[in-house]
Design a protein around this ligand. Sequence first.
Ligand SMILES: [Zn+2]
Ligand SMILES: [Zn+2]
Length: 348
Amino acid sequence: MKAVVLEDKRVITYKEVPTPEPPSGHVRLQVKAVSICGSDIKRYMDGHREYNLILGHESAGVIDQVGQGVSKDYLGKHAAVIPLVPCFECEQCQRGFYSACHKYSFIGSRQNGCYAEYVDVPERNIFIVPENLSLEHVAMIEPSTVARHMLSLGNFQSGETAIVMGAGSIGLMLVQWLRILGAKRIISTDVLDQNLEIASKLGAHFTLNPTKVDLIKELKNLVGDGADLTLEATGVPQVLEQTLQVTRPRGKIVLAGNQPLDKSLPLTFIENMMRREISLIGCFMSYSAPFPGHEWTETIDALLNGSLDIDKMISHRYPLSKAPEIFEKIGTHQLAHQKIILNPEEIA
Ligand SMILES: [Zn+2]
Ligand SMILES: [Zn+2]
């Protein structure tokens, strides 16, 4: 089969590799759509723990083979890939905290993923979906679940006011989930106006570009003493610091942006957090018990009833063979984009 293989830092190749045969307890998915995640670009640009590896974890396809012990009823079914492969045995798995599993694998970062014509996954890692859903939409279930999980962690309640810092794919999914779950006011911030335009279309009541306005002043005008919930989806240290200033006393901040590991924060940050009795909550992936969690089933419901709008989030579609070129362009900021879908079938 053809696949896109990460061979070294900044070396990614579209090439022929052996087609996986599903072992006992596994299924094989013929990949129909896979969307590019920012984390894959980071693995390409900064290097990864493991080579050679096929990346890609936001994916959908059709089950075309099953291993021993797996029901043949799965054949032909449409499914999304659930990328986290927990051990289901350790202390944290027992608690249902699967993303904290002591010995997890992850499809597309610790084992071969979905930038390929076929992917082999354990039976528990397929999420069967109704056939009337577009497989492009199904490929984007995973980023939706991350946003939905953040709102659970922040204990978001209908009628609350929320600020979403960052209008990339997670930020846009957050705006949509806040709308779906009945936020009173949704404020979206981003340095790119084109991202903010989409945020408005997806449900943000106000949008602010910090390169053009005094962000803190404008946010205070809008939310007074602060939002009930602030969601950090940029991974920028300066933005992280700002979250405290715009969250109300006893409010909550949920963090999902990966911060640069070589930076540090002044302890005034903790001081400000303490004085306002703010809860700072980390988010890692998107799982809850029973696996993979309500984040996943709710996303399907939202796709079926049309409340989750995926089309507005897709800016480009390319054949899988173009992936190396696209990765380099995104990594060097030469391609303004929202979500990009790769299609393994349109092989040049
Ligand atoms: Zn992702
Ligand atoms: Zn475990």
